[in-house]
Design a binder for this molecule. Structure first.
Ligand SMILES: [Zn+2]
Length: 417
């Protein structure tokens, strides 16, 4: 059920330094049904390591993907408006820049419910989605997006290639960090990509994670936390060139990488690499300092919530996503503090948060129940959520933002957001 990696997932080096220990935690996306509350819940250690050879930050605990992304995996991309808009912009830019048309092929790895590929299909461009999670993949097929319900591997890339399918564009958003066989996955991209094709890959940026203390984005699904320095080593090993990078605000700070078969490094890539070296991203000390700040967040947040409870305040939370699970598990906050967690995803309603077992309810309950405070577990969509909840704020409800420093969001800011 769980393996412990003894060598770096990218370079195979064995000089790894442990930089953070988040304790034993339940699986972040394993939302529990009422019946499952009576069963023993699996918990696993969660520790973060730094590789001195290639600078990749990674966890060593590897839970079987079938457990992580099986039937209980209920993340549907289409439930976030910000993500949908972000995806459409990205797609339209690619169609124009790469001059895609009816003779092209766009392949998306971890295509979820087809939210991204729909944008290409709308312009008559052939698409293929690959995603192992049955719930989202079936939703994509129902929406008319050609989808293979499986994991992307080196072997699958070879199979597609032997069937005469090669990609002009490969999209892989928020999947690279999930892949146990990192080298096989990247090699597969090289096999499937046409000679003049481009792989456009988004991944959370470890420099943002550290600078903004986003420790709750660390969970068992995320095996790796990428810097540009570490990514360059990874792609180069498979004859691919990381040529350009964009720094995006989504998910607390992400990289959009442009990977091709010919070297053409952009000035922006060079500048970001230099900035990483200057900040210490390629040293273990950078991550050890972060661990101390994570501990301080836990203390401050617990003190803030304790004080509110002592004053008789009712507290709920917003966002039954994986990062919320890490935050609740690590801080130990549970049903004694939180009445319920709300989420827009109807598939989560009636279930319970992993580990801490707080019930998940529809978002409308913020207005019908009017908790005094709502802990914003999905802080990466803070602006979107706060503007959607203007009525809750007008009636006196307040949001608590947990990172980088736990605080009650100012109502003035909330009204204009
Ligand atoms: Zn390494």
């Amino acid at each position: 059920m769980m393996k412990i990696a003894t060598a770096c997932r990218s370079c195979g080096g064995t000089n790894l330094t442990r930089v953070l220990d988040l304790g034993r935690t339940a699986l972040a996306d394993r939302l529990l049904t009422e019946a499952m509350l009576a069963e023993e819940e699996p918990v696993f250690p969660l520790t973060v390591w730094y590789c001195s050879a290639c600078s990749l930050v990674q966890i060593r605990e590897q839970v079987a993907p079938e457990i992580l992304f099986g039937d209980l995996y209920q993340y549907f991309s289409s439930f976030s408006d910000a993500l949908l808009l972000h995806s459409r912009d990205n797609a339209e830019r690619l169609i124009e820049q790469r001059r895609l048309g009816p003779g092209s092929l766009v392949v998306e790895l971890a295509s979820n419910d087809g939210y991204m590929l729909k944008n290409f299909k709308a312009w008559g461009i052939p698409v293929l989605g690959i995603d192992p999670a049955p719930g989202p993949a079936k939703a994509a097929i129902a929406a008319g997006i050609d989808t293979m319900m499986t994991f992307f591997t080196r072997d699958l890339a070879r199979q597609l290639r032997s069937e005469g399918r090669a990609a002009d564009v490969i999209i892989a958003n928020n999947v690279l960090a999930h892949v146990p066989d990192l080298n096989g996955f990247v090699e597969g991209i090289g096999i499937l990509l046409k000679e003049d094709g481009v792989a456009v890959i988004e991944a959370p940026y470890v420099k943002d994670l550290i600078e903004h203390c986003e420790f709750d984005t660390i969970y068992h699904q995320h095996l790796c936390y990428f810097s540009i320095s570490a990514l360059r080593h990874l792609f180069a090993r498979h004859g691919l060139h990381l040529n350009h990078v964009m720094h995006l605000p989504i998910h607390g700070g992400s990289l959009r990488l442009f990977v091709e078969k010919r070297p053409a490094p952009s000035p922006q890539l060079q500048a970001m690499l230099e900035a990483e070296v200057a900040a210490g991203v390629v040293t273990p000390e950078y991550y050890l300092d972060f661990a101390k700040r994570v501990e301080a967040i836990k203390t401050d947040l617990l003190n803030l919530l304790k004080e509110l409870k002592a004053n008789g305040k009712r507290i709920a939370a917003y966002g039954a996503a994986a990062k919320g699970c890490t935050l609740l598990n690590y801080t130990g906050i549970g049903p004694e503090t939180l009445d319920f967690v709300v989420d827009r995803n109807i598939h989560k309603h009636g279930r319970y948060m992993p580990g801490r077992h707080v019930p998940i309810r529809p978002v409308e309950q913020l207005l019908t129940e009017m908790p005094d405070y709502t802990l914003l577990l999905a802080w990466n969509f803070a602006d979107e959520i706060i503007s959607q909840q203007a009525a809750y704020v007008q009636r006196g409800g307040r949001f608590i933002v947990p990172v980088p420093t736990p605080r009650v969001a100012e109502p003035e800011r909330m009204m204009v957001a």
